[in-house]
Write a protein of this length. Sequence first.
Length: 398
Amino acid sequence: MQGADESPNPKKRRMTVVLATFGGIVLAAIGFLNWQSRQLARTITATQYALATSDWSEAKSSAEAWAADAPNDGDAWIALAEATRQLKQFDQTAEALGKVPANNPRYIKVLELRGDLLLSELGRPLAAIENWRQMLAIKPDHQLAHQRLIYVFALTQQRGELVSQIQEAISRNCETDEAYLYYMLASNLQFSDGYLRITEWRRAHSDNPALEVAQAIYASRIPPSKSMSYFGEATIDAPKMLDECLQKYPQNPEILAFVMDREISNGEVDSLRARLEKLPETTNSDHRFWRFRGWLAMAEQRSSEAISAYETSLKLYPFDWRARHALATTLRLSNQPAHAEIQASLASRGKSLESQLLHLPNTASLTPQLLMEMESYARDCGDETVAPALKSKLTKSR
């Protein structure tokens, strides 16, 4: 009998080679990962040291390397944001903060910082609005996000957005005191620095309709004598700015309301009538245009229609003392003196309250006494949103 062949099976030998090779690859990969891990650890340490010693250029360089190696690590982007902020490279700061993932435990705080940076340092209100709305999508009762949105909508004369945001904040029980101030002044939003701020913001958003309209409105309120000395411009052609906005945005409610208010002040009946006939349906929920309809009806001696229009205006927005004053006048002419007296008294209170609010140096000057006056006025106007919320707020603060 011949002896058995003791040489290894060829298939078995090939498998041994493959496994050995694979094992080598795995070991090499593990070695590479360990090297990467050590390298990343060194980069993180270098970044932290540079931040601690205020070496902002080195911190930026190290943080960039950290973020490149670990793009899903929010702390890397936060470190980069801090370094660029200290270097006053604010556009890069906003970009870095925008890359922090939503699962980072500091995400909401990051959005807070980014929103204020976008608005104050970079003058990009549209991006800031998007940022704060992102915050509210995650935390609907975030007071700061509501507060910032309310301020921007007020400054940019976006009355519809303003009122909706205030109502949303009230419904979430996270409104600040200034929300009530802006609600009361929604028909007459004025800011001493409005023209300057909007002009600055338009550098980043030159083609935004809301900002262009707001700029035209603020420009129209500047006395001609101040346009050169105060703003350092050769001239501000407000009438041209208004006309351009009317041509470009014929359905924008803010430019329409501003122009129509002026037509009423100037007694331009025919011009007002023509505009009212062309109003978009979206203005039917805006109290100002019902007040305009009431004025036209009175000018054309249609007193019952005027009363109906003024009452509709006040149902939509009970705080408009101008509509109440006009309604009181119409009621007197219609031989309804008792009802007229009630409306006239409320109109007088509303006018006085508006004057007090407009003369406050800032929103922080809003006193408890003024808040109580606002609550009383809102209640007597029959309001069912602001009055109960403000009463509850005042009760809790006592």
